[in-house]
Ligand binder design. Structure first.
Ligand code: URA
Ligand code: SF4
Length: 214
């Protein structure tokens, strides 16, 4: 059997006509759409308001998220939370999820080092994300970093040139608004002398998103 056939993608585990995010969330732990479920502790689905105006899409859960089963609760999540507050995006206006729902890592001693998901993992997991966005149907989908941006806008997206402005795209539900910005983990990895500026740019982008809401 080819690798492709052994790893069918999430579609067969996604309920056919889910009427709510809760119905999706309840189905997600059974997913075997790619091999990432096995070493991970648990699936990390989504959090926040399932009728939100803004959906934020990250890359994949990190170590803390894998342990707790909730997205964006570790260091990157804390930075994101602060940036959202500074930008005036109230918690009840956002839905938070990831392009990939299981933590990919490399064991090193008793530590687990983040490993960027492959394009094949993103593709395998995309049926969940597609269904989430269909159900939430936010005004703006904010893509945090390259993995999320490529997952929904294709491989040619570049954070540097595409960030900071609305991008209209045809979807199965009609034209929808996407918005690319940096990932909060990238802000944390920025050398100290440039980190404040990277954080300020993230807040500025989130303010732009607030300005797009009606
Ligand atoms: N980084 C992400 O992209 N998602 C999380 O949930 C946590 C960290
Ligand atoms: Fe399924 Fe996504 Fe987890 Fe892979 S990463 S097993 S596709 S939920």
């Amino acid at each position: 059997m080819t690798e492709q056939l052994e790893r069918p993608g999430a579609q067969e585990w996604v309920p056919e006509h889910p009427d709510s995010i809760d119905a999706l969330r309840a189905a997600a732990p059974a997913c075997r759409g790619c091999e990432l479920w096995e070493p991970a502790t648990q699936v990390v689905f989504s959090a926040g308001n399932s009728h939100a105006d803004v959906a934020l899409v990250g890359e994949q859960p990190g170590d803390a998220e894998d342990t707790r089963g909730i997205p964006f609760v570790g260091p990157a999540g804390q930075l994101l939370q602060r940036a959202l507050e500074e930008a005036g995006l109230a918690r009840d206006r956002v839905y938070v999820t990831n392009a990939v729902k299981h933590f990919r890592f490399t064991p090193r001693g008793n530590r687990r080092i983040h490993a960027t998901p492959e394009t094949s993992h993103v593709a395998a997991c995309r049926p969940w994300l597609a269904e989430e966005l269909r159900l939430v149907d936010p005004q703006v989908v904010v893509l945090l970093g390259a993995t999320a941006a490529k997952a929904l806008l294709g491989p040619s997206v570049r954070i540097g040139k595409d960030r900071g402005h609305p991008i209209e795209r045809e979807t199965s539900q009609g034209v929808r608004t996407f918005f690319v910005t940096t990932h909060p983990s990238a802000v944390l990895r920025t050398p100290e002398d440039a980190r404040d500026a990277a954080y300020a740019a993230l807040v500025e982008d989130l303010r732009t998103v607030v300005g797009l809401l009606t």
